[in-house]
Design a protein around this ligand. Structure first.
Ligand code: TXA
Ligand code: MG
Length: 322
């Protein structure tokens, strides 16, 4: 059952409690309705991908009540400070380097070393974010590939029964997603056009390069290449482990591995998704320490979240030129 919560003190308190407990709560922002989860909880983030039916793990935007909270999790440069001072709260998302002590789960950022942060201009959303007291990951609250919802009814049409609650704050004022601006490189880059205009941004920080015209930059191969890939080669769908391999296991581990990380001993795909990126990083470091040559990965079924896990593993195993 999906609860429909009013945008009053009780509704906000209930929504915050659900989020803090690892639940999924859709909430209105000035752009579109977001499907929220505690960004620091990898299993909650995994449930976002299940609910949306995403075929792959895209990095999620994290929402904060103010710039101070956002910039505690990312390193803000001078451009970020200037943009935030004028355009936040508002429909602008900034991609910045994660701080080393950033508590956001690796699955939330799809293993990237960067984090997209945003402070929405919507009073109910801000009150909710203050009440949660943790970053809230929220992609648009629709099935992957369908149009973004700008009213609670749209959210329910698609996601009723698949999420814990929707906080109904009425229709969204802007109606298109936030502008996504990457501030990690030498020049700022527009990754997705949206509610904040290039003119407003350029008036504050000067010329901005334009990313993939398609809008979602991570869909473009160039962006995919910057996803975290292990340093070691990866061998997929193994039935046996060689002596020079570290094992990424799923289900009961193969006995002969020198070092193993099990994504989910009970074979649960949500748990496995939540542990995938942390496991790859840990095995990479352990294998280097032990002088191993490769990471071997046990088969993961191609159903549900297994599709996204296998997509990510295939890219980790693909030939790369570095
Ligand atoms: O208006 C919005 O931004 C809405 C509301 C709910 O805040 N959210 C939203 O999220 O549109 P989503 O997941 O549908 O779109 C997020 C976009 C995607 O194109 C994603 O690839 C990009 O932001 N993105 C997120 N994190 C990124 C990162 N670390 N680097 C590059 N792009 C990132
Ligand atoms: Mg979307």
């Amino acid at each position: 059952m999906t609860e429909i919560l009013a945008a009053d003190a009780d509704g906000i308190a209930r929504a915050a409690a659900l989020l803090r407990g690892g639940g999924l709560v859709a909430f209105g922002t000035e752009t579109v309705y977001g499907l929220g989860a505690d960004a620091t909880n990898a299993e909650a983030a995994a449930r976002i991908f299940t609910a949306k039916g995403r075929p792959r793990f895209n990095p999620l935007i994290c929402h904060y009540p103010d710039a101070e909270a956002a910039f505690a999790d990312v390193s803000a440069n001078a451009m970020a400070q200037r943009l935030a001072a004028v355009l936040w709260p508002g429909p602008l998302t900034l991609v910045l380097p994660r701080r080393t002590d950033c508590p956001v789960a690796l699955l939330t950022t799809a293993g990237l070393d960067t984090l997209a942060v945003r402070v929405p201009a919507q009073d109910t959303a801000l009150a909710l974010l203050r009440a949660v007291g943790r970053p809230v990951a929220a992609p648009s609250a629709n099935h992957s590939g369908l149009v973004s919802p700008t009213a609670a009814a749209h959210v329910l049409e698609e996601l009723s029964g698949r999420i814990d609650a929707v906080l109904d704050s009425g229709p969204c004022a802007v109606g298109v997603e936030s502008t996504v601006l990457d501030l990690c490189g030498a020049q700022p880059r527009l990754l997705r056009p949206g509610g904040a205009t290039p003119e407003a941004i350029e008036a504050l920080i000067g010329p901005v390069a334009h990313g993939a015209a398609s809008g979602s930059i991570v869909r473009s191969p160039g962006m995919l290449a910057s996803h975290y890939a292990p340093a070691l080669p990866v061998r997929l769908r193994v039935r046996d482990v060689h002596p020079d391999e570290a094992l990424l296991a799923f289900g009961p581990p193969l006995p002969e591995a020198r070092v193993a990380f099990n994504m989910s001993e009970r074979g649960d795909l949500t748990e496995a998704a939540a542990r995938l990126f942390a496991g790859l990083r840990w095995l990479d470091a352990e294998a280097a320490r032990l002088g191993l040559a490769r990471i071997a990965v046990m088969p993961v079924p191609d159903t549900g979240l297994g599709l996204a896990i296998n997509d990510r593993l295939r890219r980790a195993a693909a030939p790369r030129d570095r």
